[in-house]
Design a protein around this ligand. Structure first.
Ligand code: KE4
Length: 425
C-alpha cells in the first residue's frame, strides 16, 4: 500500500472523502492527484494521466480553465463568503432558467445530494404525499430516502441499503426497474394517491451510461400526470453535459422539478434544484417548505459556475464535445475489435461507458452481467499506461473540450495495450 494511502487511512475513513475514490471495485491503491490541467492530471511523482474522471463530471471545460481561474482570483479579492445575497447569484439563476427548459425558478445549494433531498421534500410539500419512486441502479446522492434498493427483483418496498437509514424512512421509497414503465405503473396502481414524485436520472449515469429506451421518459411524464405525482429529473450529471439544457432538452421532456450540480459549480461545490414556479413558490422564505444553507450561493463557487455556463453557451462548444467524445469512443472500439474483445460502449454526448458485454446494455441486469474481472485488468493496465478511467464499471467516463489530438493519441496507444492485457486475463 502506498504511504500516502496508509497515512490517509489513519485519519479518514477508508482514506478517502468519497467511497468511489478508494478503488474498492477495481482493487489496488488509488492514485493521489497532485495537480491537473486541461485533459490531464498528475500524481505526486509527476506521472501524467489522460483524465476521464474529470471530478465525475464538473470539469467539462478541462481542468484549470483560464477564464474560470481568472474569475476565482478576481472573486477572491472581494472576499469568500458573506451570508448575504449577491448580484452574481441572480445572474447564475437567470442563466440556469434561460438554459434549462422547465426551470422557472432555482435555488442554489452545495451538492447534488442537497439538491435531491430538497426536491423530494418540496414534492412532498406540494402534493401532501409521502412516498416516492426511484429506479434500481439510479443514484441520487446519500440522502436517507435514496439509499434504498429493492431486494432481488424489481418491485418491493425498500430495505435500507445503508445501515443507519430507519426502516420507517426507507419504507417510503419504492424501487422500479429502469426502462420498464409497467414496473412503475404497478407501484402507482397499488397506492394511487400516495406518491409525491418519481425521481429518475434521464440517462442512468450511475450504472455507467444506460440510455432511456424510446418512450420511457415520456411514459413517466404521462404516469405522473395520471397519478398526480411530480416528475423529478435528476440532472446532476446530465445537466449542461449532454446539451445546454441537459437531457430534458435532448429528449424534449418537461419535468416538474430538476436537480443539478457538478458542471454548474465549475469544479467548486454547487448544487441546485428548480422547476415550475407554482411548485418553487413553496420554498422558504417565499413559502413554508424550509431549506437553507450557510454557503449556498457562495461567491467563489458562483463565480466559477457563471464562467462555466457562459463558456458552454458559446456557439460550437457542444460540437467540440461531441467530436472529442466520438473520437475517443472510436479509439476504444477499434482497439477492442483488434483483439476480438466483446465490448459495448453506450454514449450520449460527452459521457459514455464501455461494458465488457456481448449484448446490448439497457438496464441494471445487463450492466451486472458484464465481465468484472476483465474490466479490472483493463482498468489497471490503462492506469499503468497513463490513462485514468472511472475506477468502477458502474461509473460514467467523461470527456472535456480539451480531450483533443494529443490526449486522443495517448489514449489510443494505451487502449491497445489495455485490451490486449484484458484478453489475456
Ligand atoms: P453529490 O452530492 O455527490 O454532489 O451529488 C450526488 C448525485 C446526485 N445525482 C446524481 C445523478 C449523481 O450522479 C450524483 C453524484 N454522482 C457521483 C458519481 N457517480 C459522485 C461521485 C462520488 O460519489 O464521489
Amino acid at each position: 500500500m502506498s504511504d500516502q494511502f496508509e497515512r490517509a487511512k489513519k485519519v479518514i475513513p477508508g482514506g478517502v472523502n468519497s467511497p468511489v475514490r478508494a478503488y474498492k471495485s477495481v482493487g489496488g491503491d488509488p492514485v493521489f492527484v497532485d495537480r491537473a490541467k486541461g485533459a490531464y492530471v498528475w500524481d505526486q511523482d509527476g506521472r501524467e494521466y489522460v483524465d476521464f474522471v474529470l471530478s465525475y463530471g464538473p470539469q467539462i471545460l478541462g481542468h484549470t480553465h483560464p477564464a474560470i481561474n481568472d474569475a476565482l482570483v478576481e472573486a477572491l479579492a472581494r472576499g469568500t463568503s458573506y451570508g448575504a445575497p449577491t448580484e452574481a447569484e441572480t445572474e447564475i439563476a437567470t442563466l440556469i432558467c434561460d438554459m434549462v427548459p422547465s426551470v422557472d425558478m432555482v435555488r442554489l445549494v452545495n451538492s447534488g445530494t442537497e439538491a435531491t433531498m430538497s426536491a423530494i421534500r418540496l414534492a412532498r410539500a406540494f402534493t401532501g404525499r409521502d412516498r416516492f419512486i426511484k429506479f434500481d441502479g439510479c443514484y441520487h446522492g446519500h440522502g436517507d430516502g435514496f439509499l434504498v434498493k429493492a431486494g432481488s427483483g424489481a418491485l418491493t418496498l425498500g430495505n435500507p441499503d445503508s445501515p443507519g437509514v430507519p426502516h420507517g424512512y426507507a419504507e417510503l421509497t419504492s424501487v422500479a426497474d429502469y426502462n420498464d414503465l409497467e414496473s412503475v405503473r404497478r407501484l402507482l396502481v397499488e397506492r394511487p394517491d400516495q406518491f409525491a414524485a418519481i425521481i429518475v436520472e434521464p440517462i442512468a449515469g450511475n450504472i455507467g451510461c444506460v440510455l432511456p429506451q424510446p418512450g420511457f421518459l415520456a411514459g413517466l411524464r404521462d404516469l405522473c400526470d395520471e397519478f398526480g405525482a411530480l416528475l423529478v429529473f435528476d440532472e446532476v450529471m446530465t445537466g449542461f453535459r449532454v446539451a445546454p439544457g441537459g437531457a430534458q432538452e435532448l429528449f424534449d421532456i418537461r419535468p416538474d422539478l430538476t436537480t443539478m450540480g457538478k458542471v454548474i459549480g465549475g469544479g467548486l461545490p454547487v448544487g441546485a434544484y428548480g422547476g415550475r414556479s407554482d411548485v418553487m413558490n413553496l420554498v422558504a422564505p417565499l413559502g413554508p417548505m424550509y431549506q437553507a444553507g450557510t454557503l449556498s450561493g457562495n461567491p467563489l463557487a458562483v463565480a466559477a459556475g457563471l464562467v462555466a455556463l457562459t463558456e458552454l453557451r458559446k456557439p460550437g462548444i457542444y460540437d467540440v464535445l461531441e467530436g472529442n467524445a466520438a473520437a475517443i469512443v472510436g479509439i476504444i472500439e477499434e482497439a477492442a475489435a483488434k483483439v476480438d474483445c466483446s465490448l459495448v460502449v453506450n454514449r450520449v454526448g460527452s459521457m459514455f461507458c464501455p461494458y465488457f458485454s456481448s449484448h446490448p446494455v439497457e438496464n441494471l441486469a445487463d450492466v451486472m452481467s458484464g465481465d468484472r474481472s476483465r474490466h479490472q485488468v483493463f482498468f489497471h493496465e490503462l492506469l499503468a499506461q497513463g490513462v485514468m478511467p472511472a475506477p468502477s464499471p458502474f461509473e460514467a467516463w467523461f470527456v472535456s473540450t480539451e480531450h483533443t489530438n494529443e490526449p486522443q493519441a495517448k489514449t489510443r496507444a494505451a487502449m491497445e495495450r489495455a485490451f490486449d492485457a484484458a484478453m489475456r486475463n
